[in-house]
Design a protein around this ligand. Structure first.
Ligand code: ADP
Ligand code: MG
Length: 822
């Protein structure tokens, strides 16, 4: 019953010996061996291409070998560079940064920032901060005579802030650009929207911009967040006639932004969303034949390219929020650059909120940069004087402090993710209830990706007179969405980021300290309509010494399997030659090729297999797609697509109100009867809901979010449609739970772990200690072997959504990956 990963160090000995084992040394040796093997083959090149006639297959095999050879050689060189990956100079002045070290440092920083006593002993820091305090112009939150007694108890735990600097506003003539009078008498809503449009900073530059677009095929556009780039440019292009030649497409890194902006633009154009103006996001297409302005996620444009490689139906493509440098945006850069060369009639606009656009210009063959000034009022920047033990508590205290002490004006709080937002929302509501009528009305608006669109619109509603709005947002409000009226920003200094450990090939969602560039963007959000204040819930010392200058582009810290599969299906075989703005580490490319090979999506030539082509049809992670494709064999595609849909929704399916946690947990237990595992429990939930004819009442009774379920149902419908497209019958095998489990294992066999004596788990591939997430139905059961969906790093490395596994399945399903230990 001992299983080890094949072709790894582990099969050579006891797991313990791994402790002493240097992965770097091992990988180096393994690579050297592979390089030598490949070199032998490749050195024959002139001979092979000489007299001897090669079959097509041999030529392709040769080319693939050469690609791998070069990748490996490159990654060996990267390692020789003091064992570090080289980063582009613009992103790291010191020249190189070790990804793995970065990962470890992030983890450590995350833990440190949450632990005041660990940070304090540093005399250096204290001295530095004393100095800052002396210079402080403003003391915030300290006991203040003017505060009425009523408020005293709000500050049971006060936070001291010092004002350290000011984010300067832009120089502009206030009167000239001032908003037209808000006098609504006799004006229609439509008319007022038109006036709003004219008040945006970009309006002054409308004609210049259109001229620049006329004169140049590719244009980089740079302007401050909120200046009107996303909402106005597509409309200007439409007004100038570009939509007569084809659609105008505008990509957004985030789903919520695509939806919300499209809704706004539809309103401004006086039409219905989905008609002239539409949006397209994964699993949701809100466009029609009539659509001429199409907002979409960058990932969706990538998908569209699979069906329409020249983007023939578009006259203009705008890659918006380019500064975000998401994985999909980066891949799009390379692809649209190529298309623009082949299609001189296609206009390409790259739009960004950061000022260092030279990099984009360089990449797009020195494309001209169109910059226009924004309009921002100065913002005071305050830091805490000491590290905060709990950033969520600190955020709540700060919001309440602002609410009772500062003049009216809305507050924007940045939190890492949905769970944190929900926790803060609940806590804040609880505290407000406790204060009753002693304070003014505080309206709480959460905003995150999974929030249903009706509620998303709430953040844009004007705040009633005398009240204050507090928006609890993820990174989405950093540059993608502009909310007018924000005067105060609360920045705890974290965001949730995918983090990829190139050694183990494992990806985690990790609450990570933001970069200085992000901190500046967040601060700027407070100065949109009047001078503002930004409260950073970390010390100035933290800021200057611990935060990196810029966020590392996602392509350099993520698992690439999914985009490699897309690129392969686009016919891009040699990834080495792909035009990356910042190439991913070769190691990560190799890892993704290895994974796709293990999943059977690529053959030894690196070509798409039939299964790979089918997998590429699904807009999902390759492991999920594999699970679906393979379910055909186990005759349980019906069940598997339900599970896949539920997995795509994730933890937001459940809710546990603080006062009813026991009830909620009991409701959940019903679905876990027999310790079936989280995947099967998802299936049971979905099927029970279906049996009640998708009843809302049933969801309430079972503490399940009805909106999440509706979304799961939509996703499931689409997956069903895609099954038909890849010619897989919908077949049901509900009583054979092991068939369902085997399908799961066939997709997720690289994610397996074995129980250890101390109750923790050790992953089989690249041994690492992990734990079952407390929310899992198996967290008390602790099966010997498990397959998991996802790793999430919070206080520990947790496996989320786990199912028990029979170890012999590994040999049955993935004999190329696992073998019995002798
Ligand atoms: P940029 O892309 O340059 O950051 P936008 O075009 O997104 O700027 O925003 C321009 C203006 O439109 C902002 O003042 C913003 O508040 C407003 N706006 C954008 N989306 C919405 C919406 N859904 N509801 C109301 N106002 C919106
Ligand atoms: Mg924008």
């Amino acid at each position: 019953e001992e299983f080890v990963r094949r072709d790894s160090a582990v099969d050579k000995g006891d797991i313990e010996s791994l402790r002493k084992f240097s992965w770097q040394e091992y990988m180096k040796k393994r690579k050297q061996k592979k390089v030598l093997e490949l070199k032998d083959d490749i050195e024959d090149e002139p001979y092979l291409f000489g007299d001897e006639k090669l079959t097509e297959r041999e030529i392709r095999e040769f080319r693939y070998k050469r690609e791998i050879y070069e990748l490996i050689k490159k990654s060996t060189q990267e390692e020789d560079n003091v064992g570090e990956y080289r980063m582009p100079d613009a992103y790291d002045q010191q020249g190189s940064v070790d990804q793995e070290k970065r990962f470890a440092v992030s983890v450590q920083r995350y833990r440190d920032m949450g632990s005041a006593e660990k940070m304090n002993p540093f005399a250096e820091q204290e001295a530095w901060e004393d100095h800052q305090i002396e210079n402080a112009a403003l003391k915030f939150g300290a006991k203040n005579k003017e505060v009425s007694d009523n408020y005293e108890f709000v500050f049971e735990d006060q936070i001291d802030f010092i004002k350290a600097s000011v984010l300067a506003g832009d120089n502009y003539e206030d009167e000239m650009h001032a908003k037209p009078s808000q006098d609504s008498a006799g004006k229609s809503a439509f008319h007022m929207l038109q006036e709003d449009r004219k008040a945006l900073p970009i309006y002054t530059y409308r004609d210049q911009l259109l001229n620049a677009v006329k004169d140049h095929q590719v244009l980089i556009i740079v302007g401050e967040t909120g200046s009107g780039k996303t909402t106005q440019i597509p409309q200007y292009l439409h007004e100038a006639g570009y939509t007569k030649l084809g659609k105008v497409g505008c990509t957004q890194p985030r789903r919520v932004a695509a939806m919300s902006v499209a809704a706004r633009v539809a309103q401004e154009m006086g039409g219905k969303l989905g008609h002239e103006v539409g949006y397209s996001i994964r699993f949701e297409d809100c466009t029609s034949e009539k659509t001429i302005l199409k907002y979409m996620t960058d990932g969706m444009l990538l998908r569209e390219l699979l069906g329409e490689p020249d983007l023939g139906s578009y006259s203009v493509i705008i890659v918006d929020e380019a500064h975000e440098r998401t994985l999909h945006t980066d891949i799009l850069f390379g692809l649209v650059k190529d298309i623009a060369r082949a299609r001189p009639d296609l206009k390409l606009l790259i739009s960004s909120a950061t000022m260092d656009a030279e990099k984009f210009s360089d990449f797009f063959d020195q494309a001209p940069i169109f910059r226009f000034p924004g309009r921002r009022y100065p913002v005071d920047i305050c830091f805490t004087t000491a590290p905060e033990a709990d950033y969520m508590d600190a955020a709540i205290t700060t919001v309440l402090t602002i609410h009772v002490k500062e003049p009216l004006g809305d507050v924007l709080v940045f939190l890492p993710g949905q769970e944190e937002i929900e926790a803060v929302e609940e806590n804040l509501k609880h505290k407000i209830r406790g204060l009753g009528t002693k304070i003014r009305e505080l309206i709480i608006c959460p905003i995150y990706a999974n929030l249903p669109s009706e509620l998303q619109a709430k953040i844009f509603e004007p705040t009633p007179e005398g009240a204050r709005k507090v928006v609890l947002a993820t990174n989405i409000a950093e540059t993608s969405l502009t909310i007018d009226g924000i005067k105060y920003v609360v920045d705890p200094g974290f965001s949730k980021m995918k983090s990829y450990n190139p050694r183990t090939g494992m990806e985690s969602l990790l609450v990570t300290p933001i970069s200085k560039a992000s901190a500046t963007q967040r601060t700027g959000r407070a100065g949109r309509t009047s001078p503002g204040k930004c409260y950073r819930l970390y010390t100035a010392f933290n800021y200057y010494n611990d935060l990196e200058d810029n966020t590392v582009p996602e392509i350099q810290r993520t698992n690439l399997a999914s985009v490699v599969l897309s690129l392969k299906s686009l016919g891009i075989h040699n990834l080495l030659n792909f035009d990356f703005m910042d190439p991913p580490p070769s190691e990560a490319l190799i890892k993704s090729l290895e994974l796709l090979f293990a999943l059977g999506a690529l053959n030894q030539l690196g070509e798409l297999t039939k299964a790979g082509r089918r997998m590429a049809e699904f807009p999902l992670d390759p492991m999920l797609s594999k699970m679906i494709v393979v379910s055909d064999k186990y005759k349980c595609s019906d069940e598997i697509i339900s599970i896949a849909a539920m997995l795509s929704i994730g933890p937001s399916i459940f809710y546990r109100p603080k006062d009813k946690q026991v009830h909620a947990d009991n409701a959940m237990k019903n679905f876990h009867v027999g310790n079936v595992g989280d995947h099967i429990a998802f299936l049971k939930i979905y099927n029970s809901w279906k049996e009640t004819n998708y009843s809302t009442q049933w969801c309430y009774e079972n503490y399940i979010q009805v909106r999440s379920m509706k979304r799961a149902r939509d996703i499931r419908d689409q997956l069903e449609g895609l099954l038909e497209r890849v010619e897989i019958d919908v077949s049901s095998n509900a009583n054979e739970l092991d068939s369902i489990r085997k399908s799961i294992v066939a997709g997720f066999f690289p994610h397996t772990a074995k129980l250890q004596k101390n109750g923790s788990y050790r992953t089989v591939k690249h041994p690492q200690t992990v734990h079952i997430h407390p929310a899992s139905g198996l967290s008390q059961v602790l099966p010997r072997w498990v397959v998991y969906h996802q790793l999430v790093l919070t206080s520990k490395e947790y496996m989320r959504q786990v199912t028990e596994l029979k170890p012999e399945w590994l040999i049955e399903i993935a004999p190329h990956y696992y073998q019995l230990k002798d």
